[in-house]
Write a protein that binds this ligand. Structure first.
Ligand SMILES: *[C@@H]1O[C@H](CO)[C@@H](O)[C@H](O)[C@H]1NC(C)=O
Ligand SMILES: *[C@@H]1O[C@H](CO)[C@@H](O)[C@H](O)[C@H]1NC(C)=O
Ligand SMILES: *[C@@H]1O[C@H](CO)[C@@H](O)[C@H](O)[C@H]1NC(C)=O
Ligand SMILES: *[C@@H]1O[C@H](CO)[C@@H](O)[C@H](O)[C@H]1NC(C)=O
Ligand SMILES: *[C@@H]1O[C@H](CO)[C@@H](O)[C@H](O)[C@H]1NC(C)=O
Length: 482
């Protein structure tokens, strides 16, 4: 019994991998998009018109041809404001409902039996409600597939008026109660309605295809995997679980050792679009940044901030590192090379904080092309991230930065000194100033390395807000479709 339960649990875990990112898209946002696109589709259909159509039939065993020509769309209107996508909460099926659908077509029919019998006809449909099923799903590969299906069934509410041109055709109309004109008109109208889905499908597909399922992070050799694990259609929103794992572009086989937590925090926002990044996502990001060597910085002496108490030269630093000028000579530039030496740890509570273990080499430029590492110190940086949201390159980006006012350095120790042992107390005081340069350098890198949200293109952000709670950071906003 226990074993069975365990096996079942193991299978359940395998079947639903831990989502690094979750998204929730309000149906209301999709309707905003639909209502922006529908008028374009309607005027497109009106301007394209309906081509002449020929049908072949047998009538009383006689081969017969029916031609419908000069088909003119006199009226084609939909109440766009009240047309919407709706999820049926019984079946979970998504439907496109077009309300107050009015159609008025005129045309000329000609029967060849083989003598031509011609006349005018009108087709009208008034205040109809047209419902088209929409399929929205994820493929095995984890991409979104969206399709508005053709109209199911036929239209019984069609009113077809026929006007004979002469006596002969009046007789024909009387004779042929069974004639197939209404069936064919029905087909033409169904085709016209289906042309709405035919024309809505390409922009819909383009919309979802614009999601970047893998996205390279700025100019770093790492990328995030945003393939969809699952998608749930609810009455008010479409909720998805995405992979949200980073990988190394130059070492595809290398897998992160980041262990996902066992709980998934609930989203707390109420905005129409919500994107949740879990701690696992950030841990995976840190692993990838560390493993790709992206967390190391080299700051040349001349690029150090100018308004700091000690200049970055052997003489300037000799107040805190006494032997420096004695060993290498006076006034030589000292560069700082710092690298994070193990995967940084991220903690999300009411803020997103990180602790980074760093080693820094103090490098003396003893000659034009000669450098010597005088000594190495290791320290720990505790810092907090702040972030902003931007529209750029057609997408929405989260730009993170290290909050300089909430950055602290501690636990200094000296490693590999070529200039003997000296007290770090003074250096630690001075070092905070230099670390400021390091944070600025890191922020320059972060600013050009925005995280693109795994959402379709063409969405403008309005009223963005961050919600940060144990285990996740959530971005909430209202979309505007441009
Ligand atoms: C039908 O269309 C043709 C070509 O577009 C045009 O020449 C003809 O006048 C039209 N007939 C009627 C009755 O509108
Ligand atoms: C379906 O959704 C509507 C509107 O959201 C709600 O009023 C109704 O109670 C729901 N029905 C079921 C069976 O959940
Ligand atoms: C079709 O509608 C037009 C008005 O747009 C009307 O003049 C004509 O008589 C109608 N034809 C038939 C066959 O009902
Ligand atoms: C519409 O469908 C019904 C049954 O599905 C069928 O009996 C009827 O003939 C169809 N009408 C037309 C005009 O095609
Ligand atoms: C999630 O993405 C990573 C990186 O691309 C990949 O190695 C892993 O197999 C993906 N997980 C699933 C369950 O597809």
């Amino acid at each position: 019994m226990k074993l069975l339960t365990l096996i079942f649990l193991a299978v359940a875990v395998l079947a639903s991998p831990y989502p690094g990112v979750r998204t929730s898209i309000g149906i209301s946002s999709l309707n905003q998009l639909l209502q922006a696109k529908l008028p374009i589709v309607i005027s497109d259909i009106i301007s394209k018109g309906i081509p002449d159509t020929t049908f072949n039939e047998k009538f009383l065993m006689i081969p017969m041809t029916l031609k419908l020509k000069n088909l003119t769309i006199e009226v084609f209107s939909i109440d766009v404001k009240n047309s919407e996508l709706e999820v049926n909460n019984q079946t979970g099926q998504l439907y496109l409902t077009l309300r107050n659908f009015n159609l008025f077509l005129t045309g000329i029919y000609t029967y060849y039996i083989p003598l031509p019998i011609a006349g005018f006809f009108n087709v009208s449909m008034t205040d109809a409600t047209v419902i088209l099923p929409v399929s929205l799903s994820t493929t095995v590969e984890g991409e979104i597939l969206a399709n508005i299906a053709p109209l199911e069934g036929n239209l019984t509410s069609l009113i077809i008026d026929i006007e004979a041109k002469n006596t002969f055709s009046s007789v024909w109309i009387l004779l042929s109660h069974l004639w197939p004109l209404s069936t064919y008109m029905n087909k033409i109208v169904v085709d016209t309605i289906d042309s709405i889905s035919k024309r809505l499908n390409p922009p819909l597909a383009k919309f979802f295809d614009s999601i970047r399922y893998t996205d390279v992070l700025g100019s770093l050799p790492i990328a995030g995997d945003y393939h969809f694990y699952s998608m749930n259609l609810n009455p008010l929103s479409i909720d998805s679980n995405l992979n949200g794992t980073f990988f190394l572009i130059n070492a595809l086989g290398e897998e992160s050792n980041v262990v996902p937590p066992s709980i998934i925090p609930n989203m707390i926002g109420v905005a129409p679009i919500r994107v949740q990044f879990t701690e696992y996502y950030f841990d995976s990001l840190m692993w990838a940044m560390y493993s790709s060597g992206s967390l190391s910085f080299y700051i040349k002496s001349e690029n150090m901030p100018k308004n700091i108490p000690y200049t970055f030269t052997t003489t300037g630093l000799s107040k805190v590192v006494p032997n420096l000028a004695k060993v290498y000579g006076a006034n030589l530039p000292v560069d700082l090379q710092c690298a994070v030496y193990k995967v940084p740890n991220i903690d999300i509570q009411v803020t997103v904080s990180a602790s980074l273990d760093v080693n820094c080499n103090f490098i003396v430029r003893v000659g034009p092309n000669a450098k010597i590492t005088a000594f190495t110190i290791i320290t720990q940086i505790i810092t907090q991230f702040s972030a902003s949201i931007n529209n750029q390159n057609g997408g929405i980006y989260m730009i993170a930065s290290l909050d300089n006012t909430n950055t602290e350095f501690s636990e200094f120790s000296l490693l590999n000194s070529n200039i003997g042992v000296f007290s770090l107390t003074k250096l630690a005081g001075a070092f905070n100033y230099y670390m400021y340069a390091l944070v600025l350098k890191a922020n320059t890198m972060l600013e050009t390395t925005g995280i693109r949200l795994p959402l379709p293109e063409g969405i403008q952000v309005q009223k963005a807000a961050f919600n940060i709670y144990q285990g996740a950071a959530e971005i909430d906003f209202q979309p505007v479709f441009g």
